[in-house]
Design a binder for this molecule. Structure first.
Ligand code: SF4
Length: 359
């Protein structure tokens, strides 16, 4: 028999949250304005912001230095809705994948990765989702196969960090999970401001990376955002002929336009761009491709991440041998480009690049 209670509960939940503001999506100044309208003193905004963004409380009751009356007032005017954890998987390499249910019943995933950093400093990186599904349809990506349902709110993006922050010290963020972040720009930028806030999670701005498949007008907008996060471009092919086959966005914004936008971005921001290149066997892994890639990125302030692809789609996209990967990378390095091979993590739990499918 179908479980009707789930839909009923969801409908109740949706009704409950419809008319109230999500406190996790409010910047401190906004919170201050709303609290002033509720006749509360300015310092209350500091207290509430600290509880919400730094301490990541799950309920109003946990705000123990606020009176019961104030907590009731807050509960009457704002939502504080943590994500519902549906599943946690742990990979052999320690990577953890989380399946979350949102208030309207939609599902998203986040992936937590652990790295030994330089000078033995540990890095803990959370890969965040920004949309339910994705409309961009990249051929090698499991999220793209789901189609698009909706954008996440700033509160839902921030919540992926907050709901794990009580267990893990997260110090890097990559907006590379489900969805194309630049199609959800206002909420993505707001979430960055919240997560970077000194009185919140305080994640350094240069430790936050936004990745895009190559939406030129939004890259131009980003250059004016005034935020110094790292921009990553999912390039994945050195020419239009190949890129058209795996990334439909390339038909709208061909590679020359994309590279022109990247050069303008660097000129305006002074920042280096990261280019992601998923290496696919017998598709874009030849020396000829390496040569074209080197020519394309010559003179650009760039870091190149080479990612030997994770197989999806019944082996249609296959991983090149270690020898071919090394040959490709050495060629680029000999041309003076800054290249690293990105270590694959979490592939046994479908948590690696291109594998997130909300399951
Ligand atoms: S790679 Fe990114 S932009 Fe492309 S379909 Fe997947 S989630 Fe969307």
């Amino acid at each position: 028999m179908p479980d009707c209670t789930k839909n009923f509960n969801l409908a109740q939940q949706k009704e409950k949250i419809k008319y109230k503001l999500d406190v996790r999506a409010l910047e401190k100044e906004e919170l201050g304005r709303f609290l002033a309208n509720l006749q509360e003193k300015p310092y209350r905004a500091n207290q509430v912001f600290h509880w919400v963004q730094a301490r990541a409380v799950q309920s109003w009751q946990q705000m123990t230095n606020l009176s019961v009356t104030l907590r009731e007032k807050l509960a009457a005017n704002f939502n504080l809705v943590p994500l519902k954890l549906m599943k946690e998987q742990v990979s052999r390499d320690g990577t953890r994948k989380y399946l979350w249910e949102l208030a309207d019943g939609e599902l998203i995933e986040s992936v937590l990765l652990f790295h030994e950093g330089d000078y033995t400093r540990k890095r803990t990186t959370l890969c965040l989702s920004t949309q339910v599904g994705c409309p961009m349809g990249c051929g090698f990506c499991a999220t793209g196969k789901l189609g698009f349902k909706r954008n996440l709110t700033a509160g839902e993006i921030v919540s992926q960090v907050l709901d794990l922050s009580t267990q893990f010290k997260i110090n890097n963020l990559v907006y590379m999970g489900m969805g194309e972040p630049l199609l959800n720009l206002p909420d993505v930028l707001k979430s960055i401001k919240l997560l970077n806030h000194k009185e919140g999670q305080n994640i350094g701005i240069r430790r936050i990376t936004i990745s895009t498949c190559g939406l030129v007008p939004q890259i131009e907008q980003l250059a004016l955002s005034g935020l110094d996060f790292v921009l990553a471009i999912s390039l994945h092919a050195p020419n239009n002929e190949l890129r058209n086959q795996i990334m439909p966005v390339n038909r709208q914004y061909p590679i020359e336009e994309l590279i022109r936008a990247c050069r303008d971005y660097i000129a305006k921001t002074g920042q280096r761009i990261t280019f992601e290149y998923a290496l696919i066997k017998d598709f874009n892994d030849s020396l000829q491709s390496a040569k074209e890639l080197a020519q394309l990125l010559q003179g650009i302030k760039a870091n190149i991440n080479i990612i030997p692809i994770n197989s999806i789609n019944q082996g249609l996209y296959r991983r090149p041998s270690a020898q071919v990967v090394r040959r490709f990378v050495s060629f680029l390095q000999e041309k003076g480009l800054a290249v690293v091979i990105r270590e694959e993590k979490g592939s046994d739990i479908a948590g690696a690049c291109g594998q997130l499918a909300g399951r």
